[in-house]
Ligand binder design. Structure first.
Ligand code: C5P
Length: 215
């Protein structure tokens, strides 16, 4: 019988969760949804509309959204990321985004063996009963340096100090908000990537998953 694999990952900004999620998705043939991209998509709309969000317009947009629409380069910028962490505090916005995530998590297209989602509230809200739950983190300086190197490719003027500051703001927003704050659930496995290479981190996660899948 085909085993349906569900993987839920939460992490603070730039901890390496996206990289690991992509590797796991590829290895186990899972649909991958980077849920942060949805909030970034909305953050970008908010910037374009001078911070005025019309909920029914947004709902229509999200109802029609395809994962491919989330590939735009503009969504990778620091400005959009910070705005994403502001719109993500809005209860109505989280509700609009909820169904899209549930569909990806529980009804991935047949060609996939399951799904993997990463974000801030995946283990605590979206995929509470996932077979695998991970909390991926790294110390703040390491996260800022990784994000700085990534952003430098698009924006030569960006400084490490700016990136560190914006990650601190996002951590504060994400950890302290009332609705769906970032937290490690008791049943999530902690993976600290500070001193791990991408490959060794993946192998660690793979070992945990394979052990459980064999049983
Ligand atoms: O993961 P990423 O850094 O792209 O997320 C951008 C922002 O979107 C986060 O800082 C967070 O505020 C928000 N987010 C969220 N819930 C998720 C995923 C992201 O609130 N599941």
């Amino acid at each position: 019988m085909k085993k349906f694999i569900q993987v839920a990952i939460d992490s603070p900004a730039a901890a390496g969760a996206g990289t690991q999620a992509k590797l796991i998705a590829k290895h186990y043939n899972l649909l991958y949804l980077d849920t942060g991209k949805i909030y970034r998509f909305i953050g970008n709309l908010s910037i374009q509309n001078k911070k005025k969000i019309n909920y029914s317009f947004l709902k229509k947009k999200i109802d029609k959204l395809k994962i491919n629409n989330l590939q735009s380069r503009i969504l990778l910028t620091d400005k959009v990321a910070t705005e994403a962490s502001i719109v993500a505090k809005d209860k109505k916005i989280r509700k609009i985004v909820y169904n899209f995530q549930i569909k990806c998590a529980y009804k991935p297209p047949n060609k996939f063996q399951g799904s993997i989602l990463d974000g801030r509230d995946i283990t605590s809200v979206i995929m509470k009963k996932a077979m695998f739950k991970f909390f991926i983190t790294a110390n703040i300086k390491t996260r800022a340096l990784r994000r700085y190197k990534e952003l430098k490719k698009f924006n030569r003027k960006i400084t490490y100090k700016e990136v560190l500051k914006s990650i601190k703001i996002r951590d504060k927003n994400d950890l302290n908000r009332k609705i769906s704050p970032l937290k490690k659930t008791k049943d999530s496995i902690l993976i600290n990537t500070t001193n791990l290479t991408k490959r060794s981190c993946f192998l660690k996660i793979k070992q945990i998953m394979d052990k459980k899948l064999k049983n």
